[in-house]
Every structure is written in C-alpha cells, then in structure tokens.
Ligand binder design. Structure first.
Ligand code: PRP
Ligand code: ZN
Length: 300
C-alpha cells in the first residue's frame, strides 16, 4: 500500500477517440509500460507512473477526489462536470486544465434531415436527447428558449427515430454517425478537444517532483508537435525577406558557404508548421536547397 501511494496514476479513456493519442503522448514523454492482465492498468516500467484505463465519464471524479493524480479527458466532459459541481456549490474541481490539441470534436445540435433548422428559436418547445444535460440546459437558458431535455447515457443518435426526442445534442467529429442516422449538424454549442486535468489535492513531495517533471515533458511534446527545423540556402541580398518568411522562428543561425560569396546557409527552428506554401514563397524569394526536419525533443 505504502509503495502504491508513491506512484502517479493517470486516468485515460479505456476505448474511444482519446485512448490511442493519450497513451502515445505519455510514451513520447518517455514512459514505457506493460499492461496488467486485466488490461485496465498500464504499469510504468521506467517511471513511477501508471495509466488507469477507465470510462471517460468517470475521469473527472477520479481526479477530483484524488484517486488519480492526473487525467486526460474531453473538454466536453470537463464542462458538463463543472456545471454539475457548480450546482452542488463546489468550486474547486481541478488545479490545472491544459488543452492537448488532439481529439478535436464539436458538441452540436443535430436534427432529422427532413426538419428545417433556422436558428436557436427552432429549438423552442422541442425534446432534445443528450448525454450533456447541463451544457444543453445552460445554452437554452442563455438563449431564453424552453426545451425539454431527454437524458441519454449513450447512443443518443437513435433517439429521434425511436420517437423519444425531436432532435439531439451530441459530439460530432467526422459527421459519419449523424449521416448514418439521417441527421444533420445544425448548430455547434461547444468546441472540444482533449485536456489534461490535475487533482486539486496537493501531492506528497515524492510524487510532486515526478508530476512536475511529467508536466514539463508534456509541454515539451506539445511544443515540438508543430515545430520544424528548417535549413536552406539564401542569397545574401534576399536574407531579410527570407527571414521574415520563416514562420515563428527566433534568431536563425547564418552559416557561410564554402566557395560561395553571395549565398549563406540559414538554419532555424520554426515553432509553427512549415507548409508547402511557405516553401514556395521562400523559393520565390530566392531560397534553394530547402530541407524541413521534424523536431523530436525540446526543452527550454
Ligand atoms: C461520439 C458521439 C458519436 C460519435 C461521433 O461518441 O456520441 O457517437 O462520437 O463521431 P463521428 O462524427 O466521427 O461519427 P464517442 O466516441 O465520443 O463515445 P462516447 O460519447 O460514447 O463516450
Ligand atoms: Zn463517454
């Protein structure tokens, strides 16, 4: 038991849109793990960090009550949970919420194909099936609209065809699920993506150190995701113009080219992605021999 308490527990969705990316994020932070026999815990082998695979809806409470130190969950679920805690008069949910830039999706109203949606007023008097009752009611309230919320715990998209609701409010990513059920996306009320949450309860000093380290590594992984290292040759005369075209780069390294007086080599870390369009503009400005290389690790 004593031993257990020194290990950091991270709650991650068991199976769903965030599972793979979340585990990959932790692996990129240096974690290697082995899966327990029950497949519900990934035991960290080289760090005191274990991943608990759980239902996404359970993640906020697991983290809030400190069963897990950290959790990765959709903003949609955090928001729903936030509203429910607020109703109960609780104010501290998490000590930190860091957006992670994957698992992007939208919480939207979706209506049957044959129904015309002209704006929030179309929701007046309607029965709306959703697994996000609090987000939906607070939206309706803000719009001054009366609607009936029909709480579902899953498979919301079948509610209209079952006659249980007139429309739904659910997560949409590719839109595939809606199309398969003859529904269309009418209005988005929340943009969501994965986020990292941290328990509001202070960790023991032993744990705190590793949590801090992990958080710093996560920041590093997020930073490098968009970062590129770019190398090119530039005519000295066009150096200013070329530097201005490099996206999100600080001072580049300028290196002379052997046996070539009018050109230099430019090396720079770009903190934003380098797109084909940028390379084309650089070429037009006179750059040549361009190479764009992904950055693997970064520590400021
Ligand atoms: C959501 C939503 C739909 C699906 C939409 O479920 O409830 O079923 O994703 O995605 P699509 O637009 O790409 O078809 P999710 O996978 O998040 O599972 P859960 O809501 O049951 O946790
Ligand atoms: Zn869920």
């Amino acid at each position: 038991m004593e031993q257990q308490d020194t290990r950091i527990k991270i709650a991650v969705q068991k199976s769903g849109r965030l599972t793979e990316h979340s585990i990959e994020l932790l692996v990129r932070c240096g974690l290697s793990y082995s899966k327990g026999r029950d497949q519900l815990i990934c035991y960290g082998e080289n760090m005191p960090v274990d991943i608990l695979l759980v239902r996404d809806d359970d993640i906020p409470s697991l983290v809030q009550e400190n069963t897990c130190d950290l959790g990765i969950v959709g903003i949609n679920i955090i928001e729903e949970c936030w509203l429910s805690f607020k109703d109960q008069g609780e104010s501290t949910l998490f000590s930190q919420v860091t957006p992670l830039d994957y698992g992007h999706c939208r919480l939207s109203f979706a209506v049957p194909d044959e129904v015309t949606y002209t704006g929030p007023q179309s929701l007046e008097g309607m029965r709306i099936a959703t697994t996000y009752p609090r987000i939906v009611s607070s939206y309706l309230e803000a719009q001054g609209i009366n609607g009936t919320i029909v709480k579902f715990s899953g498979a919301v998209e079948i509610a209209p065809s079952l006659g249980k609701a007139d429309l739904i409010c659910d997560l949409v990513s590719s839109g595939e699920t809606l199309r398969a059920h003859n529904l269309y996306e009418a209005e988005t009320i929340l943009e969501s993506s994965a986020a990292l949450i941290r328990t509001p309860i202070e960790a023991t000093s032993q744990k705190a150190e590793w949590i801090q380290r992990l958080l710093q590594r996560i920041q590093g992984v997020l930073q490098v995701k968009e970062s590129k290292y770019i190398m090119l040759h530039a005519p000295k005369s066009a150096l200013e113009e070329i530097r201005a075209l490099l996206p999100g780069s600080e001072a580049p390294t300028i290196i002379p080219l052997e046996g070539c007086d009018d050109k230099v080599a430019v090396h720079a870390v770009c903190k934003e992605n380098v797109f084909w369009e940028t390379l084309e503009e650089l070429k037009e400005a006179g750059a040549s021999s361009m190479l764009v290389i992904p950055v693997e690790k970064m520590l400021a």
